[in-house]
Design a protein around this ligand. Structure first.
Ligand code: CMP
Length: 143
């Protein structure tokens, strides 16, 4: 079954949005397979965003991700990578539709609350990075 990596960024944690975000993924019907609250080191954040290392905002992005705890999660379900991105909304919160997480809770691209893998290949890479010991093996009986 398809899985995706979702991270609630430091602004999402500090603003008390953890429950709201988990609620949206649960209500949609996805299954939570891994969850941890953690602070990440600079080198780890740089590894997670290594594909963006040439971007002018890379330094600021890394500072933001290490500025406070994040919630790392693995969600599973049919089409969870693409549909998870729909629940999250466009990267720039000003372009995100109302009803999406970023559309409802953010206005700044540099403080956009949440990250979701952009492809099945990225999801598998990101899950291996963030959950090196694996995830919880259970199946929801709802589906
Ligand atoms: P995310 O979905 O985590 O993927 C890459 C991140 O880079 C993105 O969300 C934003 O947090 C950040 N990002 C992308 N474009 C910009 C930008 N123009 N300025 C600042 N941050 C950006």
């Amino acid at each position: 079954m398809e899985q995706t990596f979702i991270m609630i960024k430091p602004d999402g944690v500090q603003r008390g949005l953890i429950g709201e975000i988990i609620c949206r993924f649960e209500k949609k019907g996805f299954t939570l397979k891994g969850l941890k609250l953690m602070s990440v080191e600079r080198a780890f954040a740089e590894k997670h965003y290594e594909d963006l290392s040439a971007k002018p905002f890379f330094g600021g992005l890394v500072e933001y991700i290490i500025s406070g705890p994040v919630v790392a999660m693995v969600w599973e379900g049919k089409g969870v990578v693409a549909t998870g991105r729909k629940l999250i909304g466009a990267t720039n919160p000003l372009a995100s539709e109302p009803g999406t997480i970023r559309g409802d809770f953010a206005i700044d691209i540099g403080r956009n609350v949440i990250h979701g893998s952009d492809s099945v290949a990225s999801a598998s890479k990101e899950i291996a990075l963030w959950f090196p010991d694996g995830t919880v093996n259970w199946q929801s009986t709802v589906h």
